[in-house]
Design a protein around this ligand. Structure first.
Ligand SMILES: [Zn+2]
Length: 108
């Protein structure tokens, strides 16, 4: 496959472009508005917005910060987005389920 940003050929299962560092993996997953676990500054709200709308994360942060400082609405909006936006799900479901019945339940 090819990187959408720099156009160089990269391996098919790559998550990050080896040339420009742009995230290319999980494009389908990025259609959901989530807070990415990597690269976040505070809660990942701005990063999630940037990836969802395909914008520069720095631009989103600057605009959000200016809005917050000028109007104060940005702070409230950030808190709301923090609560509302789900965290990015782990790609690898490594959480093995504990075997049932391993620990005997004793009733008093
Ligand atoms: Zn690239």
């Amino acid at each position: 496959m090819y990187c959408n940003y720099c156009g160089k050929c990269i391996q098919d299962d790559a998550n990050v472009c080896a040339y420009c560092g742009t995230r290319v993996g999980g494009v389908i997953a990025r259609k959901r508005l989530v807070r990415p676990r990597e690269g976040r500054k505070i809660a990942g709200v701005c990063l999630g917005m940037a990836e969802y709308f395909d914008l520069d994360v720095t631009l989103v942060r600057v605009v959000w910060l200016i809005t917050a400082l000028m109007t104060g609405v940005g702070f409230i909006a950030y808190i709301i987005a923090w609560i509302v936006m789900p965290e990015e799900p782990y790609l690898l479901t490594s959480q093995a389920q504990a075997p049932a019945g391993q620990q005997p339940v004793t009733h008093p």
